[in-house]
Design a protein around this ligand. Sequence first.
Ligand code: 5GP
Ligand code: MN
Length: 323
Amino acid sequence: MLITLKQAATKIQAANKILLTAHIIPDGDAVGSTLAMLQILRSIGKSAQIFIDDTVRENLHALPHFDEIRRPVKGETFDADLLLILDTSPDRIGNVRNLTDAPILNVDHHVTNSGEGYELYVEPDAAATCEIVYKLARELGAEISLDAAKCIYAGMATDTGFFQYSNTGADTLRIASELVTCGVRPNEIAEQMERKSVAEVRDMTKALQSARIFLGGKVAGIFLTRADSTEGFIDLIRVIDGVDVAFMINDKAENFCRVSMRSKGTDVATIANSLGGGGHIRAAGCTLKTSLDEATKILVAAIGKALHVDNLSDAGTPLSEID
Ligand code: 5GP
Ligand code: MN
């Protein structure tokens, strides 16, 4: 059921012990929004704890209060009177779902989140869930500390590609400006978020070498096997002239391919949704439980259908073979 920001704030006010969570394969917005919310809730006298059922990419460990995030252990329960789910629908929170029977309050910015069966405040035009967390803090009359501001800024920066993507709106820049006024240093957050290990850069060069162009140059793909972290890799091919849809397939385990898509115009949320995933119009993803080759065929066919292209069985051309 869809609710308003005011109703979401009222639900929070009525609760005392709040379990906070976000999606598995957590990104800057998932971690930033839960960490900021933790601090905001405590500042208005609530007890709060974050659980995320996954490992978190190294760059995000420097965010304030990161060490307080817990991963549920098998059979564990947690005493809460509200389960506040940020940046995803309740189906992508892993075992956190089994920690409590408390009622769900869901706050999200994914257009593919339906709100069926739980209370949802969704703002598909918000660049990041962190942007909504900022508005919620204002609605709750809570102060935003410098530490909370850093977390909100980090989530907004990562979900907008540092204020470059089409989701960057006037509200995004106004809120970012207010966070900078609070004392956030954009260069410090950017350095933390962009840092990569040698292994990641090595994987990035492999990713570029694997690049192939499909469907008459409108689609580009990169292919990875068992890569741990692929943050930003898809941007390497998103920029290619004439490419509308960029995709990345990471063969994470046997018959388990993680797919990311980015677009300059095409609605990739609908494509991801048709393959069991979701996301935003210009950034979406899904998991295909099959081999890398089969996943590529399925994905190129689905993208081709959305682009109304005939050659749906295109095997792609490596960059080196293109003039
Ligand atoms: P990314 O490519 O960065 O992993 O994801 C892009 C966007 O799509 C993010 O907002 C992410 O939450 C969403 N997304 C990625 N994979 C999935 C998925 O399997 N299911 C759903 N519902 N959303 C996804
Ligand atoms: Mn997000």
